[in-house]
Ligand binder design. Structure first.
Ligand SMILES: Nc1nc2c(ncn2[C@@H]2O[C@H](COP(=O)(O)OP(=O)(O)OP(=O)(O)O)[C@@H](O)[C@H]2O)c(=O)[nH]1
Ligand code: SF4
Ligand SMILES: [Mg+2]
Length: 412
């Protein structure tokens, strides 16, 4: 992987609690690695243990497993100090406790975190041995604290833990600030290709186009907007090539033909897969097309009832292409708006729209839900690029996603 998030950009998740409650076990379970030593001896973790990872769907995070700090005495004092320092760099605090042990000590931790305005997730671990009482759960819920139950040593409740981290994460971490400004950079140019056909709304541009323009301006980049017919001439007039060409998926093939091979090219939909969702996961989802068989069920999800252009993309074009590709009949179900189905047990693939009307959290929740159900999820633009055979080129601006595709290609 060529792209690495600097430590400062990772969401820091601090794991706090008494000795022996299962903090290290929880970290190991969520990372699926033996990051931290676990033992029945209280006080096993003596120095904070840090683990950077890509945590779906939050992106890059840094977990910090701390020493249990309920102990007093000489050694204990030093440990308490070290653990306290972690409060200062925690963006999201996790308080782990044994299921029936919430008491003054946990209230103290909660107070420390809340006084710093750090969002908190309460984890009641060892639920194989006991349960938190419902009055306590109600009190935490009244304080808007997310509480979940786990049995870390048994790997239970870990999906709920991930979900809780997503729900509690600060909004500015969830709201990826850049649509394409970071790919283009200050002083550089992007060319946006906007077809104006009968499907385009009268007298205006659609939201993803407007947002892309605004993002380029915010990034001090230049922006040239053309229809697909004028692209070649516009590029000829520039005295140096643009950094990036972005097209509507409808015009992908023509734009690919008219854009010099050395210029990066992608689509609005793919930019939005990253901005509103999880590009890496949705790239994996597009590749799942390879495993579809006749008779499989495909869920087409549109986040609002009026897709402003190409109303037939989800209903006609993608189904037609997939049916041809698979060589037999597929079952398509379409859902719209905010009612994304809970039960995905019959589905083999979810193809989502660009989600321009959803906030990122809602889209990430949908992706997580699919992931938990074991159903691959992708989006319109990715499937279209895949079907046109220009997937690899369209992913070039995104090294991590491209690597995922290339790795999979090597395995097949
Ligand atoms: N029964 C049960 N035991 C658990 C569970 N999770 C962890 N344990 C056990 O609890 C003990 C302590 O686990 P650790 O993960 O080392 O706890 P810790 O909070 O990191 O402890 P310190 O580092 O000493 O503060 C170990 O023996 C674990 O196997 C669980 O869900 N159920
Ligand atoms: S939310 Fe989805 S269906 Fe609605 S306009 Fe945006 S991309 Fe189209
Ligand atoms: Mg530990």
């Amino acid at each position: 992987m060529t792209e690495r998030a600097p430590k400062g950009m990772r969401l820091h998740i601090g794991i706090f609690g008494r000795r022996n409650v299962g903090k290290s076990s929880l970290l190991n379970a969520v990372t699926r690695q033996q990051v931290s030593i676990v033992s029945e001896q209280a006080g096993t973790t003596t120095d904070p243990v840090e683990k950077p990872m890509e945590l779906l769907p939050l992106g890059p995070v840094l977990f910090i497993d701390t020493a249990g700090i309920d102990d007093e005495g000489a050694l204990g004092e030093l440990r308490v100090q070290k653990t306290r320092q972690i409060f200062e760099r925690t963006d999201l605090g996790v308080i782990v406790t044994e299921a029936d042990q919430w008491g003054n000590f946990e209230e103290m931790l909660l107070g420390e975190l809340q006084s710093r305005r750090i969002p908190v997730v309460a984890v009641f671990n060892k639920t194989d041995q006991g349960h938190p009482n419902s009055e306590l759960l109600r009190r935490l819920s009244d304080q808007k604290i997310i509480a979940i139950k786990t049995a870390a040593a048994l790997g239970e409740g870990i999906a709920d833990f991930r979900q809780a981290l997503l729900n509690a994460a600060p909004a500015d971490i969830i709201n990826n600030p850049s649509i394409l400004g970071d790919l283009v950079g200050a002083g550089e140019m992007a060319v946006l290709v906007v077809p104006i056909d009968k499907e385009a709304p009268k007298g205006r541009l659609i939201l993803p186009q407007v947002q892309a323009i605004r993002d380029l301006l915010d990034s001090d980049a230049f922006c040239l907007i053309v229809k697909e017919r004028e692209l070649r001439e516009a590029l000829d007039r520039l005295n140096r090539p643009p950094k990036l060409v972005v097209t509507d998926s409808q015009a992908f093939l023509k734009v690919a033909a008219d854009t010099p091979r050395e210029v990066m090219l992608t689509s609005f939909s793919i930019l939005f897969a990253r901005y509103k969702g999880d590009l890496a996961e949705q790239v994996r989802g597009a590749m799942a097309v390879e495993y579809l068989k006749p008779g499989d069920n495909i869920l087409i999800a549109e986040a609002c009832s009026h897709h402003p252009i190409g109303e037939d993309i989800g209903r006609v074009k993608i189904p037609r292409w997939l049916t041809q590709y698979v060589g037999g009949k597929l079952e398509f179900t379409t859902v719209q708006g905010h009612d994304f189905p809970q039960d995905l047990s019959k589905d083999n693939l979810v193809i989502h729209c660009g989600a321009c009307m959803l906030n990122r959290k809602e889209m990430l929740n949908r992706i997580l839900h699919c992931k938990q159900a074991g159903v691959p999820v992708t989006n319109y633009g990715l499937v279209i690029a895949y079907s046109l055979g220009i997937f690899e080129r369209a992913l070039e601006p995104f090294p991590i996603a491209l690597e995922i595709y290339r790795q999979a290609g090597r395995i097949q």
